[in-house]
Design a protein around this ligand. Structure first.
Ligand SMILES: Nc1ncnc2c1ncn2[C@@H]1O[C@H](COP(=O)(O)OP(=O)(O)OP(=O)(O)O)[C@@H](O)[C@H]1O
Ligand SMILES: [Mg+2]
Length: 451
């Protein structure tokens, strides 16, 4: 095998000298650079097996912005170049950000020679393997839409949800997906679209919460040239873009009543007019909507039009919070671990027992998204083999849901009954079936537990 060539960059000469000495001693060919410009010029000029780069270059910066920029630019120059960053000791957040940008690993300064050599050796081997094995083909396979997004749902609380999705997915029914932040509402909308005959057409998403009053109409319905000062040309709105497909209205509860009225009119007539034009156009869209608000309560409070609610929620799919489907925590964590380990090319087999326990005990107020982020971060932090508790950055939470094994039998029963009732929307007969009890037996227990 040819000698591996490493590019080392730092603005401090003594650091460069020390690294050069160390790496040459191990039989590597070493080139050095003292600025981001120098690094880019070197990589443009020839191939390297790895780049070991500092995050800060101008004397008095420590934010690592230059390093992050440099990583992004290196990735566009040579997507296969393994980049290892050097960060100040203790600046773990910087390392995480660097790895999100595409660095493969990090070394803390002052470095440990053995660890540094180990890390570089691993990355060089990995990088060489990646370059030679038809990596491009792999990528294309990974990036290809498999149609349906993968939804992990093994918990009992998710089974009625899945059944409902399967029933309404293929139909043209308007669906409102509700649930707390990060429970997977958008994912469910994508799934419903994929399951529909409209799957071959686009699903167009509009975040209504993010649309200012001024641009709502032109965004949704389009405009014609000259309709207002900035209208330099005709522009299609989201309704037209979604024609034949699905329009996903995210954060539907967040629109003022004037916009609610406009939306309602279009949904009732199936016709739109671009701003500045009186020509009506027919659009054929299926509307999916999502919100973390309680729309019934919004209606009761006079903040959301009841007729609009009727129009959009032919079916409501409610996603339980992650704490109400704790059975999904482990499979979701494993799913995200696989995904991020692949993305960051880390060989991680799973979580060790202590890490898993932490995951299971955490209350997850940010739901599945919070779990996703926690696992991503842990994957970046993990050294090798398995993710450990320390990689997770989850502190034992005060006010956390108590662990099952800390409860009495009676408390567990009470909790299970409460959850069954919540899942069944307060319907006692359904909850009884779910719990394997007769209706009267459940009533007795409800009284006994004061529920
Ligand atoms: N059941 C699931 N299986 C696999 N991944 C999931 C699941 N639920 C959510 N996710 C992932 O979690 C993240 C958050 O999901 P999503 O964006 O759909 O949530 P949301 O309810 O729309 O959140 P918000 O209210 O904050 O907009 C996404 O990356 C999504 O792919
Ligand atoms: Mg969302």
């Amino acid at each position: 095998m040819t000698k591996a060539r490493i590019l080392v960059a730092d603005d401090q000469r003594d650091v460069l000298e020390a690294l050069k000495l160390l790496l040459r001693g191990e039989g590597y060919e070493v080139e050095t650079a003292t600025s981001p410009g120098g690094v880019l010029a070197a990589v443009e000029a020839r191939d390297f097996d790895a780049a070991l780069i500092d995050m800060n270059y101008t004397r008095d910066t420590t934010g690592g912005i230059e390093g992050l920029d440099l990583i992004s630019r290196l990735k566009t120059l040579d997507a296969f170049l393994p980049i290892v960053v050097m960060t100040a000791w203790g600046s773990v957040e910087g390392a995480v950000e660097a790895m999100r940008r595409g660095a493969r690993d990090y070394i803390e300064k002052p470095w440990d020679n053995g660890r540094l050599l180990n890390t570089l050796r691993t990355q060089i081997e990995l990088g060489r393997a990646l370059r030679t094995t038809q990596r491009l083909e792999d990528r294309q396979r990974l990036d290809r839409k498999e149609g349906f997004p993968e939804i992990i749902a093994t918990a009992p609380a998710m089974q009625p949800v899945l059944r409902l999705m399967e029933r309404v997915g293929p139909s043209d029914a308007n669906v409102v997906v509700t649930g707390e932040h990060g429970t997977g509402k958008e994912l469910v909308a994508e799934w419903l679209h994929a399951a529909s005959p409209r799957a071959g057409r686009p699903m167009v998403t509009v975040n209504l919460g993010g649309l200012s009053e001024g641009v709502f109409e032109s965004e949704m319905f389009g405009h014609v040239k000259g309709a207002f000062t900035d209208a330099k040309a005709d522009r299609m709105g989201r309704f037209e873009l979604a024609d034949g497909g699905t329009l996903f209205l995210d954060e539907i509860a967040n629109i003022p009543s004037a916009q609610q009225a406009k939306l309602l009119r279009v949904l009732q007539t199936g016709m739109i007019e671009r701003v500045g034009s009186s020509k009506t156009r027919r659009v054929d869209v299926r509307v999916l909507a999502a919100t973390n608000a309680d729309l019934q309560a919004e209606v009761a409070a006079g903040r959301f039009r009841e007729d609009l609610l009727f129009r959009i929620n032919t079916i409501e799919i409610h996603l339980p919070a992650l704490r109400e489907r704790r059975e999904d925590i482990a499979p979701l964590a494993a799913h995200f671990l696989r995904r991020h380990a692949q993305r960051y090319r880390k060989a991680l087999a799973g979580f060790d027992a202590e890490a898993l326990e932490l995951l299971l005990a955490h209350p997850w107020p940010g739901n599945v998204r919070e779990l996703d982020h926690a696992v991503e971060r842990a994957v970046l932090m993990a050294r090798q083999g398995t993710v450990r508790a320390g990689d997770l950055a989850l502190r034992a939470q005060t006010g956390a849901a108590p662990r099952l094994e800390e409860l009495t039998l009676e408390e567990v029963e009470r909790m299970l009954i409460k959850k069954a009732l919540e899942r069944c929307g307060g319907n006692v007969s359904q909850a009884a079936v779910a719990l394997g009890l007769s209706r009267s037996a459940l009533y007795r227990r409800l009284q006994q537990h004061g529920l």
